[in-house]
Write a protein that binds this ligand. Structure first.
Ligand code: NAD
Length: 375
């Protein structure tokens, strides 16, 4: 059976779904691996490396493949060329890709979305949201350090002492904790805030001070944050204002699953920051935690340069691809039985991540959206 590795076509996508080092894991399971020419180029993996690792490289990679792996979902015109029964494994924001889901269903494709892999401990090695958030969080810290025209660490020199940078991180999930740990390693003094109950302890464990606003915590289902009421949001913004005004760099990483990112920082709050300040908004693409941030751009608000994230994990394509490919290998291993790609739909991870199957939309919230769309 063949697994095809697609060349990414979305602008700005530099990652690849499989790296040469891990091809052997798939061939070891009994698969033939076929890579589209240039699939790994942007992630610095050459076609020759794939061939040396035991794959073929060909324009026809997807023809007769049992499974196509990619980072971004395939485009509809590619889906329409696949034979019925082919499976796809990629990120697939199903609720926001209804036309594509309709095509996947119509073409009889079995599609799996990495966003939907349940966050249970058995699935941790398959959790691409976490692996990519880790990369994005690190990158946010490095961007903040790069944009800030001052030291992160304390410097005690014969010419005097330079105080360390003050960094505030809002949102301490996977990306936020990695941003905190990285800023901390670079020597900045870091304070962080998250609405979840468990977050204060997690923040302290990576070397930052947990900001206590004495507000109720907002724990939703599955250990995620819940949405705030506008009153709560307003109060949180007021209480955070002095922390932000006193920081040299602000990094925001807050999200609520399935919703637009919460607005945590208004332009007015940014305007109170000192000259030379830096703001990094990882959530810029999903609505923005910071008012006025623009994905993929640096804009000026008051004294601050505000950097808006756009596909941030893709800005470090090597490690992001390495980790993503390992997630793919672990999922494929789960879905392989006796050398064949044969997902067991009684398995919670398999059924939980499936979007379309047998010409049906398997993911209930997407099915309802699609039906609503058609009525
Ligand atoms: P996420 O990307 O959905 O959100 C990022 C962070 O923003 C979260 O910590 C959230 O609490 C925070 N946030 C939301 N609204 C906020 C607000 N108004 N103000 C401040 N912060 C706000 O989160 P994530 O990184 O995917 O992780 C969320 C949780 O899931 C964490 O508890 C994490 O440890 C857990 N998790 C579990 C597993 C697993 O068990 N396999 C894997 C990954 C993450």
């Amino acid at each position: 059976m063949k697994i095809a590795v697609a060349k990414e076509v979305r602008e700005g996508e530099s990652r690849v779904a499989m790296v040469p080092e891990l091809v052997g894991k798939l061939t070891g399971l009994g698969y033939e691996v076929a890579v589209e020419p240039g699939a790994g180029t942007a992630a610095l993996c050459s076609d020759e490396e794939y061939v040396d690792a035991g794959s073929t490289v060909s324009e026809d990679a997807m023809v007769d493949a049992a499974l196509v792996v990619s980072v971004q979902p395939l485009e509809s015109r590619t889906v329409r060329r696949l034979s019925a029964g082919t499976a796809t494994l990629s990120f697939l924001p199903a609720g926001q890709s209804l036309d594509l889901v309709a095509d996947l269903r119509a073409c009889g494709i079995t599609s799996f979305a990495l966003e939907l892999v349940p966050r249970i401990s058995r699935a941790q090695t398959m959790d691409a949201l976490s692996s990519q958030a880790l990369v994005a969080g690190y990158r946010c810290a490095i961007v903040a350090a790069g944009l800030l025209r001052r030291f992160f660490p304390l410097n005690m020199t014969s010419a005097g002492t330079v105080r360390p940078a003050q960094v505030v991180v809002l949102g301490a999930g996977v990306a936020g904790l990695q941003a905190i740990a990285t800023c901390n390693r670079l020597g900045a003094v870091v304070k962080a805030y998250d609405v979840r109950e468990a977050s204060a302890e997690e923040i302290r464990s990576v070397g930052a001070q947990a900001i206590d606003l004495e507000l109720e915590t907002l724990e939703g289902a599955g250990g995620y944050a819940r949405e705030m009421t506008e009153d709560r949001a307003q109060r949180q913004r007021e209480l955070l204002t002095p922390y932000i005004a006193n920081s040299d760099a602000l990094i925001t990483t807050a999200a609520v699953p399935g919703r637009t990112a919460p607005l945590l920082v208004t332009a007015e709050m940014v305007e109170q920051m000192k000259p030379g300040s830096v703001v990094v908004d990882l959530a810029a693409e999903s609505g923005g935690n910071v008012e006025g941030s623009e994905p993929g751009q640096v804009v000026r608000i008051g004294n601050a340069q505000v950097w808006g994230g756009a596909n941030v994990a893709s800005q470090m394509p090597g490690p992001a691809s390495q980790l993503y490919a390992q997630n793919i290998v672990n999922l494929v291993t789960l879905m392989t039985h006796e050398g064949a790609f044969a997902p067991d739909f009684d398995d919670q991870i398999v059924s939980g991540s499936c979007v379309t199957r047998d010409r049906q939309v398997w993911h209930e919230p997407t099915r309802l959206l699609l039906e609503g769309d058609q009525s």
